[in-house]
Design a protein. Structure first.
Length: 313
C-alpha cells in the first residue's frame, strides 16, 4: 500500500523561543479506514512519531517513515525535524512534544469529544534515538512507548570518536555493498549522505554559527537515561549486530554475544530505566544504516514487541 505523504513547515513556542520545524506525514490508511477512524475520533493504534538522525531532514529516513505507516496499527507515521535557534538544548525535546500534540489534534479534530486522548509511539534512529528518549521523558502520557533503532544516547561518547566512527561505518558499508553489487543499498547510502549534508548546511545557513553545529554534536554524544531517569513507559531497543557507530556492546560490556543480554537486562534497566514499565532489547542482523535499508525487518520486530504491528487482513 502506498501511503499518502504531506509536508508542512511551521514553528512552535517553547520556553519563549520560536522553534522552527519541518514535518512529513505518511498516511497509509485506506479510505474506508479513514472514514471509520473519523467516526471513532481516533486511529486503530498509536500514531508513530519518528525523530531522524543527527543532521538529517525529514527526507532522510524516507523508507523508514513509509514502512512505519504501512506496518503500524494506526497507519499514520510522522517525521519531525525541529531546529531550535541555539541548538544543543532541551528545547528540541519539548518542541517534539508540542509538534506531536498539534499534529494529532489536526489529524483528529474530534479527539477531545471522545474523552480518551490519542497516544503516540516515539521512534528514534541513531542520534534521533536520544532526542526521542528526551521527548518521551517530557510527556510519557503522550508517548507511553519508545522504540530506539540503533539509538545513540545510551552511553556517553567523545565527539571526535563518534564522528570518526560514523564516517568509517559509511565507508565500510558502502565498500562492502559495492563489492556485492548491491546497488539498492548504494543508492540509499548516497541519498542519506546527501540528505545529511543538506541538513547540516541548512542548519549552518539558518543559525550562521559553526559553534551551534559543534554544540549539536556534543549534545548527541551525551548519555540520556540513568539511575534517576523518570520515563515510565515501555522501552524497546533494537541494535544492529554489525553497527560500528552505535555499538550494543558499549551498553552491555559484560556480554560477548546477544544471547547473553537477557541475564544483564535487569541491571541495565535499573541503571537506565528504573521506572519503565518494561525494557526489551533485541540484536538484529545489519549495520547502522539497516533501519533505513531494511526498515521492514526492524519495524516488524519493534512494533511487534510493542503491540503496534498491523495484522494482515
Amino acid at each position: 500500500m502506498d501511503g499518502e505523504a504531506t509536508r508542512e513547515y511551521g514553528s512552535v513556542m517553547v520556553g519563549g523561543e520560536a522553534v522552527q520545524f519541518e514535518l512529513r506525514t505518511v498516511d497509509a490508511r485506506s479510505e474506508a479506514r479513514r472514514a471509520h477512524d473519523a467516526r471513532a475520533g481516533r486511529p486503530a493504534g498509536n500514531v508513530l512519531i519518528l525523530v531522524p538522525g543527527h543532521g538529517q531532514t525529514v527526507d532522510g529516513p524516507r523508507n523508514l517513515l513509509t514502512t512505519a505507516a504501512e506496518l503500524s496499527c494506526s497507519g499514520i507515521a510522522c517525521c519531525i525535524d525541529p531546529v531550535p535557534a541555539r541548538g544543543g538544548d532541551h528545547a528540541e525535546a519539548k518542541a517534539i512534544v508540542a509538534i506531536a500534540r498539534e499534529t494529532i489534534a489536526c489529524l483528529f479534530p474530534g479527539e477531545m469529544q471522545h474523552g480518551v486522548p490519542i497516544q503516540a509511539t516515539v521512534v528514534g534512529w541513531s542520534h534521533g534515538g536520544g532526542e526521542a528518549l528526551r521527548a518521551a521523558s517530557q510527556d510519557p502520557d503522550l508517548f507511553p512507548q519508545y522504540l530506539g533503532l540503533c539509538p545513540a544516547g545510551l552511553v556517553e561518547r567523545r565527539p571526535a570518536e563518534l564522528v570518526c566512527s560514523f564516517f568509517q561505518e559509511s565507508m565500510r558499508v558502502a565498500g562492502r555493498n559495492l563489492v556485492w553489487g548491491n546497488m539498492r543499498c548504494i543508492l540509499t547510502i548516497l541519498r542519506v549522505g546527501a540528505n545529511l549534508l543538506k541538513g547540516l548546511l541548512w542548519d549552518l545557513a539558518r543559525s550562521r554559527s559553526l559553534r551551534r553545529l559543534i554544540a549539536d554534536v556534543r549534545w548527541a554524544c551525551r548519555r540520556v537515561p540513568g539511575p534517576t531517569f523518570g520515563y515510565t513507559g515501555e522501552v524497546v531497543l533494537l541494535w544492529a549486530e554489525g553497527d560500528s557507530v552505535v555499538r550494543w556492546r558499549d551498553a552491555f560490556q559484560g556480554c560477548n554475544c546477544g544471547q547473553e543480554i537477557e541475564r544483564s537486562l535487569p541491571d541495565f534497566s535499573r541503571d537506565n530505566f528504573p521506572l519503565a514499565g518494561r525494557v526489551e532489547v533485541l540484536i538484529l542482523p545489519g549495520d547502522h544504516l539497516s533501519p533505513e535499508v531494511d526498515s521492514a525487518s526492524f519495524l516488524t520486530a519493534g512494533l511487534g514487541l510493542l503491540g503496534q504491528l498491523r495484522q494482515p487482513q
